[in-house]
Design a protein around this ligand. Structure first.
Ligand SMILES: *Cc1c(COP(=O)(O)O)cnc(C)c1O
Length: 336
């Protein structure tokens, strides 16, 4: 494997882990060398989009130990998404066991510490019983797949230009925005690709009820730094990011004040640093927000490098994930 060429893409590994919920109970976790699954053509996941997923990573630490970052938080979030869809999700213990087993059975795909890369874990649940009627699926397949992905400090902290969403929304008021379900991604996929073709790394969404306040990006949360305060939107339509929750805690530990509140678009001008945060890249600083609708470009910070607080937070969090820094909050789970 050439670890230096990894992007965020799928490489087939040794095994996937699966379990089927049927007749009111979960079957045993099984591993399969085949990464295809056989389900009814009329499965609820295919007909009505009954799917929820998670994303977390395994890291080889500087001490050679394998770490998972806060997997119980991912388990809880999947349970929350499942409750929303009206389907079963594995309990936290089963979720973590499946993730650990997927990592161990694919040990040689875990990028070495020196590469700075990691093993991305994709657990998901889908409704599998055949249906045409509108019922919540009673048979659910839980799958955990893994794939090595790259992430380099130089790239991760490179400031980007984003497009303000003006012709579509990601989430409706009181809608599905706060659940990690495939449908949310289906609805925003092509818009994101079109924005990329126009030179924007991502789309920044506003709260759709009023289009006044910042919500989040298509697959990461928004945060800003202003006068030594870490600020992130308080909104019912934002996905509760585990990275954001962790950064908020680390900001507090660093002596910053923290705020979860409405952030008006106009307030961006006053920010010292802004950025996107999520498992995939931890922190991506944002230098430009382009509002084509009003011919306005909001510029924050420098174009060539991340602000010093974003950089410090990035170093702290990745330091904990790779075992370089003391894990004060006991976030990492070491796999043996
Ligand atoms: C997964 C996701 C995030 C990031 O969550 P993390 O737990 O930090 O990976 C942010 N926004 C959306 C819409 C997401 O789907």
């Amino acid at each position: 494997m050439d670890w230096s060429k990894l992007a965020f893409s799928y490489t087939k590994t040794n095994t996937i882990i699966t379990s089927l919920y049927k007749n009111g109970e979960w079957g045993p976790l099984e591993s399969s060398t085949d990464d295809t699954i056989r389900i009814s053509a009329l499965a609820g996941s295919l007909q009505y989009g009954i799917e929820a997923f998670e994303g977390l990573k395994a890291y080889e630490g500087c001490d050679g130990k394998i770490r998972l970052f806060r997997p119980e938080e991912n388990a809880k979030r999947l349970q929350r998404s499942a409750d929303f869809l009206g389907i079963q999700a594995p309990c936290t213990d089963m979720f973590i066991k499946a993730c650990e087993r997927a990592v161990l059975e694919n040990r040689e795909f875990l990028p070495p510490y020196s590469s700075g890369a990691s093993l991305y874990i994709r657990p998901f649940i889908i409704g599998v019983n055949p249906q045409v009627g509108l019922i919540c699926p009673h048979e659910v397949l839980f799958v955990v797949a893994v794939t090595p992905v790259g992430a380099y400090a130089a790239e991760a902290l490179k400031p980007i230009k984003v497009l303000l969403a003006r012709d579509h929304d990601r989430a409706a008021p009181m809608g599905t925005g706060s659940y990690k379900i495939g449908g949310n991604y289906a609805a925003a996929m092509l818009a994101g690709i079109k924005a990329k073709q126009q030179g924007y790394a991502m789309i920044l969404y506003l709260e759709s009820a009023n289009r006044k306040y910042i919500d989040e990006f298509s697959s990461s949360n928004f945060f800003g730094i202003k006068d030594n305060s870490y600020i992130t939107p308080d909104s019912d339509t934002v996905l509760p990011s585990i990275t954001n929750k962790s950064l908020l805690q680390l900001a507090q530990d660093m002596g910053l004040t923290t705020e979860r509140r409405k952030i008006a678009l106009e307030e961006l001008h006053e920010m010292d640093e802004i950025g996107a945060c999520g498992t995939a890249v931890v922190i991506t600083p944002v230098h430009e927000v382009v509002d084509n609708h009003n011919n306005i470009t909001i510029k924050v910070g420098e174009s060539e490098r991340a602000g010093h607080i974003s950089t410090a937070l990035y170093n702290k969090l990745t330091g904990i994930q790779f075992g370089r820094k003391h894990d004060t909050h006991n976030w990492c789970r070491i796999i043996t």
